[in-house]
Design a protein around this ligand. Structure first.
Ligand SMILES: [Ca+2]
Length: 295
């Protein structure tokens, strides 16, 4: 993997802004190149250290989907998962998943469909990735029983190969399975197989819950580096997790690539579904994955 860039929230914002300006310039803008040059010149972090490689202010994404073309999902890039998971059956019908008004829309409905009384969708990238900054701008529903998520996973041997939950929101106002209300708290968690107690699968001190107005737009991100995983909401770091010394079976994150997943499940850990509130939409403006440059 081509690993090129230093990574802090501010450096990323600058680099990405410059890259987008350059992109605008490539489409015919007249002042964007000058602005991008100004950005490079004013930021030591992004000043080029080599004259033989591409300018560091032009990062090539590992993967990106801006969801700017209305209609079906780009199924060449994404794979639908057509299963019943928890209380909903996931479909690839445009009723449940489509691109509309510049967003990926995952829409949950109350309808009997095969063996489920709700439908929704789950999609994952056809390619898998290891290490990088993975970020998405998202707006979530807050109807009871909805469970939208943005995560990375290796399905070959779940959860042994590791699951990185960038954003999960359990829209539940009642206590459930021993947890208090979770409505309005976004979770960013790591899952792997503990050596003994399966109950510890979720936690391991790797569960983070952050109060967020989920009905507003936010950018949820993870920086996945060798031996360290950092979570962000709107560039504010919410958690950092390091590979434990001498306990590496619980840290499979340096061993396997993972796919990017978006979905909205219903019920289960998100509590009873408010069927009267359906349909409900999960909106994703864009998803981008960038290479990191970690020592
Ligand atoms: Ca978009």
């Amino acid at each position: 993997m081509n690993v090129r860039r230093a990574s802090t929230g501010r450096a990323w914002s600058t680099a990405i802004a410059a890259a987008l300006l350059m992109s605008v310039s490539a489409c015919g803008g007249t002042t964007a190149t000058d602005q991008a040059s100004d950005n490079r010149g004013s930021d030591d972090d992004t000043a080029g250290s080599s004259t033989t490689t591409a300018a560091p202010s032009e990062p090539e994404p590992l993967f990106a989907d801006e969801f700017d073309t209305s209609g079906p999902v780009d199924w060449d890039a994404w794979r639908p998962i057509l299963e019943k998971r928890h209380d909903s059956r996931q479909t690839d019908r445009e009723k449940n998943v489509r691109v509309e008004d510049g967003n990926l829309v995952i829409e949950a409905h109350k309808e009997q469909y095969k063996d489920a009384e709700y439908t929704s969708a789950m999609i994952q990238t056809r390619e898998s990735y290891q290490y990088g900054r993975f970020e998405a701008r998202m707006k979530l529903p807050d109807a009871e029983g909805t469970w939208p998520a943005f995560w990375l996973v290796n399905d070959d041997q779940w959860p042994d190969f590791g699951e990185i939950d960038v954003m999960e929101h359990f829209a539940r106002t009642t206590a459930n399975k021993g947890d208090p209300q979770s409505m309005g708290y976004v979770e960013s968690n790591l899952h792997s197989t503990p050596p003994a107690a399966i109950e510890a699968l979720t936690d391991w001190g790797r569960a983070t819950s952050t109060p967020v107005d989920v009905t507003e737009w936010h950018t949820y991100a993870v920086e996945w580096a060798e031996g360290e995983i950092r979570f962000f909401i709107d560039d504010e770091q919410t958690a950092v997790h390091e590979r434990p010394d001498g306990d590496e079976p619980t840290w499979p994150f340096d061993d396997h690539p993972e796919v990017i997943v978006f979905d909205m499940f219903m019920g289960a850990y998100a509590g009873p579904v408010d069927a009267e509130a359906l349909p409900q939409k999960l909106l994703i403006d864009w998803v981008r994955a960038w290479p990191l440059d970690e020592p």
